[in-house]
Ligand binder design. Structure first.
Ligand SMILES: [Zn+2]
Length: 405
């Protein structure tokens, strides 16, 4: 049954915009006094509301001014965890180095321990409540990584829990296997640990349909460029690859591009040669402003990456250690001021460009044939959304054709 929704003051369709490079606001295709016809889970047609109402009898009429845009896509999160790292945040801000906190058993090991001690129900409920908050802030598709398992068995448990959550929650959840996050304490070397992931985790991903995405944290203190390359070469023909790359040092962008990764995420430390290498590839760069804010470090050079024609999206990196905020719109708004990004660049990077970084082509635009995922803000001008720096929340959310107020 077809339904018409509208009229909307503005529909930001995000159509006809390039997948790479810089964008200006005058390139945005905006339908004023627009309507959207949906049928089931899909968008059938868009256009001027008064024209469309002649075609459809079932109409959901909107009374106040609203701007409509595609539901946001967060392509990088670690929200399946237990525990709290507020004391560590406070310690770091008092000048204690993370390395010292880590050596004393804090940091990521703290989260691994708390996650291991939590029951399945506790983990499911805390992750669901984070997803609920994300959805209320406009995120309709959310990637969730494993990675806080202290053992192989715990890592599999997290992947199974994320898949349970995927079945329960109305958001679309994209599970990613980040078993190669950091070597758990009990393993003697990185090599031994990576081998046991290959032998004891990977076969279950296919058998139990847990994930078709593999991630690795490539960094001197996690897994080296050589270790990452060997690991990913064994998996890149069977799985989509994404890499935690260039957060504190150069090198991993090339690893990701060379294995044909969907995305290389972080990029705070990236040299001109790597920017050039990335821009010539099909791999998307993912910028994580929430992590820079959490750690008090400079943002990745997103302006420069866009000006050099890279494919770029933005995600929260929501995690208990370095990026506890998890508010995509607030982070985007801050990034737009500091890095001088247009609204077109920001909204592209959390809609169709973010979809691309996940290998999804069925969302991120208000276009016929796309999944009916969209959100509205109570305003008559889309520019007010970023101007309000995250304080303006979506008033209406439509997920796969179902409306949530
Ligand atoms: Zn991350």
């Amino acid at each position: 049954m077809k339904k018409l929704i509208g009229p909307f003051s503005q529909i930001l369709t995000m159509e006809n915009l390039s997948l790479s490079g810089s964008l200006s606001d005058d390139q945005l295709k905006i339908i004023t006094n627009g309507g959207v016809i949906i049928e089931g889970e899909k968008i059938i047609k868009t256009g001027h509301f008064n024209d469309l109402r002649k075609e459809v009898s079932d109409i959901i009429e909107i009374s106040s001014s609203k701007v409509l845009l595609p539901g946001f896509i967060d392509s990088h999160t670690h929200i399946c965890y237990s525990g709290d790292r507020s004391s560590e945040f406070s310690k770091r801000n008092s000048g204690i180095p993370y390395q010292k906190i880590l050596e004393e058993g804090g940091g990521i090991h703290n989260t691994m321990k708390a996650t291991a001690e939590a029951t399945d129900d506790e983990l499911i409920n805390s992750t669901l409540s984070r997803l609920d908050r994300h959805f209320s802030e406009g995120v309709t598709t959310c990637e969730i990584k494993s990675g806080y398992g202290s053992t192989i068995e715990n890592e599999l448990r997290l992947l199974r829990i994320i898949n349970k959550i995927k079945k329960i929650h109305h958001s679309d959840v994209i599970p990613t296997c980040l078993a190669a996050h950091v070597k758990p304490m009990d393993f003697e070397s990185n090599e031994v640990y990576l081998d046991s992931i290959i032998n004891d985790v990977i076969p279950h991903l296919r058998k139990e349909n847990l994930s078709n995405r593999i991630d690795i944290f490539t960094e001197e203190k996690a897994f080296s460029v050589d270790e990452s390359t060997r690991y990913l070469n064994k998996l890149s023909k069977m799985f989509d690859i994404t890499v935690h790359a260039n957060q504190f040092s150069s090198g991993a962008v090339k690893v990701g591009v060379d294995v044909g990764a969907r995305s290389v995420d972080h990029l705070e430390i990236i040299n001109d040669e790597e920017i050039e290498y990335l821009s010539r590839s099909d791999t998307s760069g993912v910028i994580l402003p929430g992590c820079s804010i959490g750690l008090g470090l400079p943002f990745a050079p997103i302006r420069k990456l866009l000006d050099n024609n890279c494919k770029i999206s933005i995600a929260t990196d929501w995690n208990p250690g370095s990026a506890p905020m998890g508010d995509l719109l607030t982070q985007c708004s801050m990034l737009s001021s500091f890095e001088k990004l247009s609204s077109a660049e920001i909204f592209s990077s959390i809609t169709f460009r973010a979809a691309y970084s996940l290998g999804l082509s069925d969302r991120g635009k208000i276009s016929p044939g796309m999944i009916a995922d969209f959100i509205t803000f109570d305003s008559s001008d889309y520019r007010e959304i970023l101007y309000n720096q995250g304080k303006m929340k979506p008033s209406l959310k439509c997920k796969r054709g179902k409306i949530y107020n």
